[in-house]
Design a binder for this molecule. Structure first.
Ligand code: DOR
Length: 440
């Protein structure tokens, strides 16, 4: 199969060029100009004016299986991923049971192989039951395929256990991902602490709740010389801390979500207590949102991850303070990132780097590039198509999005995983018409 005349982005090599891609079986066979006339008998698809880039990599999703299949399954979550242009997703351990033993990891891996339409990389918990008391079975889970450890949903509870987690995880070359939140200062909070939250009559979660735990993590990483990755950064104060750490050469990396780039607490205020805007960390002040965009541009933020957190309506259609945290994010991620990036004048190639090769590098996996010989995991995207978000059309079971009814620009037309189309926009062969169907 030849994808002809697409605008090909390969952030790993800094490529942005109109070229052809030749896919053979599972692999990218060749990339270059004018490939089409040199091959005969192939299916040739005209990709003029469409973007082609490596399948997106999301290092932070919640697939909810096992245990919460009424919120999402590996099948529906990976279909949502494919529809959003992702071909690799790493799923967090806050399932039921928690992914803290090799048997749960094996279950997720086998389920993903049988029912997943894209690659699923399990993340094991750092501590048993996410409780912050005893270390999880990292080595055995590693043998079953985990790619990182995290107690996400919760922070790694104290510095003593963090020290052990870093020491133990580094033996197995497992990245440690921390959800930075001081549970004492955030207790009972459901909104960013500040004037807007007070006006809404809701208890706040201050930025210092995040930044003080990030500071602890950074100092521990410096002392132990072990990398740490900070999940879903939301505050300017945390960014300032990470910038300092990077200048010192401390091996810290971090991610930001599309919703923290796109929304602030005033959007929540205007939503009239709509719990689909409720997420942890909460949507912050405009000053924080701008700082996140600047940090993305500057390179202080390493990558973008959705924190896809699908929920059933029962836990969202309650009073705001009792509602569950989380946004179903896979199917709206890329257009939101491009829109926010445009405001901050961040080139699409840089944004795509943060969604492909950058998270792959942090996880230590060979993904997110379009070189010949690599797996043909790639996405075809129309950067100009406008569409309106309709959660009822989501592949995800989680319809909990604050973007319902919003018009976004840019739409995934097709996603290929190992050379096979796993998503085609509205069932149409990605809106493309073969210009030269197989002879005869
Ligand atoms: O909003 C969130 N939802 N933040 C988290 O850290 C966890 C996640 C979930 O599991 O629902």
């Amino acid at each position: 199969m030849i994808l002809k005349d697409g605008i090909v982005f390969d952030p790993a090599s800094g490529t942005r060029a109109v070229i052809d891609i030749f896919i053979k079986d599972e692999l990218i066979e060749k990339i270059g100009p004018e490939l089409a006339p040199r091959f005969q008998g192939e299916e040739i698809f005209d990709c003029a004016n469409l973007w082609i880039f490596p399948g997106l990599v999301d290092m932070h999703v919640h697939l909810r299986e096992p245990g919460y299949e009424y919120k999402e399954t590996i099948e529906t979550g990976t279909r949502a991923a494919a529809a959003g242009g992702f071909t690799t997703v790493a799923c967090m351990a806050n399932t039921l049971p928690v992914n803290d033993t090799p048997s749960v990891t094996r279950y997720i891996r086998e389920k993903a192989e049988a029912q997943g339409v894209v690659e699923v990389l399990p993340i094991g918990s750092a501590t048993k039951g996410l409780k912050g008391e005893q270390l999880a079975e990292m080595g055995l889970m590693r043998e079953e395929g985990i790619v990182a450890v995290s107690d996400d949903g919760f922070p790694i509870r104290n510095a003593g256990i963090l020290r052990l987690v870093l020491e133990y995880a580094s033996r197995f070359e497992l990245p440690v991902i921390d959800h930075c939140e001081d549970l004492v200062t955030s207790e009972g909070g459901s909104v960013h602490e500040g004037k807007t939250g007070t006006r809404m009559g809701l208890k706040g979660i201050p930025c210092v709740s995040e930044s003080m735990v990030a500071a602890r993590d950074i100092l521990m990483s410096q002392w132990m010389e072990v990398p740490i990755h900070i999940a879903h950064v939301s505050c300017k104060a945390t960014i300032d801390m990470i910038r300092w750490a990077k200048i010192q050469g401390i091996p810290v990396t971090c991610e930001v979500t599309p919703h923290h780039l796109a929304l602030n607490v005033d959007d929540l205020f205007l939503s009239n207590y709509d719990a689909s805007f409720k997420v942890n960390p909460p949507l912050r002040a405009e000053e924080d949102r701008v700082a996140l965009l600047e940090a993305l541009k500057e390179g202080v933020i390493d990558c973008i991850a959705t924190d896809h957190a699908p929920h059933d309506p029962q836990v969202k259609m309650v009073e705001f303070e009792y509602a569950a945290n989380g946004i179903s994010g896979l199917e709206t991620a890329l257009p939101l990132v491009l829109e926010a990036g445009k405001q901050a004048e961040i080139p699409p190639l840089v944004l795509l780097e943060k969604m492909t090769v950058a998270p792959a590098r942090i996880l230590g996996i060979d993904r997110g590039t379009l070189e010949p010989g690599k797996l043909a995991n790639l996405t075809i995207f129309d950067p100009d198509e406008a569409w309106t978000v309709d959660p009822s059309a989501f592949f995800s079971k989680g319809k909990n999005t604050p973007f319902a009814g919003r018009t976004l620009t840019g739409r995934v037309k097709a996603t290929f995983f190992r050379g096979k189309a796993v998503f085609l926009d509205r069932g149409n062969p990605w809106g493309l018409i073969p210009v030269c169907a197989k002879e005869g």
